[in-house]
Design a protein around this ligand. Sequence first.
Ligand code: SF4
Ligand code: SF4
Length: 398
Amino acid sequence: MLSEMPNNARARSDVYNFIARGFRPPSASLFAGRDDDAPLQRVAKALAVLEAPELQQDAEQLSQFSGRNAASGQPAALQELAVEYNRLFVGPAPPLAYPYESVYQHPEGLVMGAPALQVLERYAEEGLSLSRESRELPDHVAVELEFMAYLCERELQAHEAGEAECAAQYIEKEHRFLADHLLKWVPAFCDKIICSSDSVFYIFLARMAKDFLRWDMENLCRQMQARSQIGSRRETEASGPALARAGRPSIRGEKEYYWQAEIRQDNCTLCGICEQECRPGALQVCRDSAGVSLYFESLFCDGCRLCVKFCPEKTLHIRALPVGSENGPPPQRQALLRSALLSCPQCGTAHISAASTRQILKRLSDLPNAARLTPWVSLCLPCKRALAGKGPMSHTSG
Ligand code: SF4
Ligand code: SF4
């Protein structure tokens, strides 16, 4: 455990820096490059180094996001992120998720309360102050996360210099800052993002931040306990209960929630693209003799919203509902849409869902030659091929 500490500190510093950058206004540099030093690649590698099973899913989604969004540095994608960033964190309408600790800790939700002054003191203890260029308050989420990254870097320097006592002091400082500040409010802040945003990037970032902070608290407790076991038994006894208490600070406003899917039934074509995009298998298109159905399993859903992003009809919506509210318990496997199979008028084979047929006919109705094309929609493929040489299509192509 002790020999892994430098790698652990380096990787944690990278993850804290990445999450902090994610909560800054979007910039092309966050998505730039595919080399090992590019931010997305670097944080995926850092998560892998940490070997935390609970973070591996975040690492996989990150590389998936990175692969799909190599173009995110492009102006249009950045513009989209900037709009969502303002909607979530800035305004002009009241932000959906205020990014300041004071709002969550103050009884009336005011900014620049006691937590802002407390974190300023912590920064000062390390000889740090907000730079002149910084336009953020001291308890902004990105500033607090950058401070954690700084503490990890100092811990790493101490390990590399062979100063075990100094490294241990930094581990304790990290633990204290996490317990006294970040873990007291960031999970509730992340819940607000997860429940309010349709942006794959911000939902992913919020989930990753929440998972990582919780994991890091356990990680720091383990490191402190391992060290105290090497030291005196007295120290071990003193640190045990205190660590256990600090391991799970109370978090104001944090909720447990489950995912619910909704579609506008008239628009879904049962194309199955959402099923292909859904890695945990929460969405399934099933076909049997009665028809075609789209099912959703809430327990499997992890809220990534990739299905929403890639649904060509923009008809699917995933939202988070608090457990235990008037919404009741999470539903079991739920049929979002059932559609009968229609038969080919030529051979009688059931082959296409009524939902798909309805959408195709709707699209054809805008075309000038709709009347000639419409009869072909309900034919199965073999019958279309058989008739292709003598039917109306031969005239249109000729
Ligand atoms: S919800 Fe969208 S992606 Fe899924 S089957 Fe329907 S149209 Fe296709
Ligand atoms: S949000 Fe959509 S794609 Fe993601 S796990 Fe849930 S159902 Fe699957």
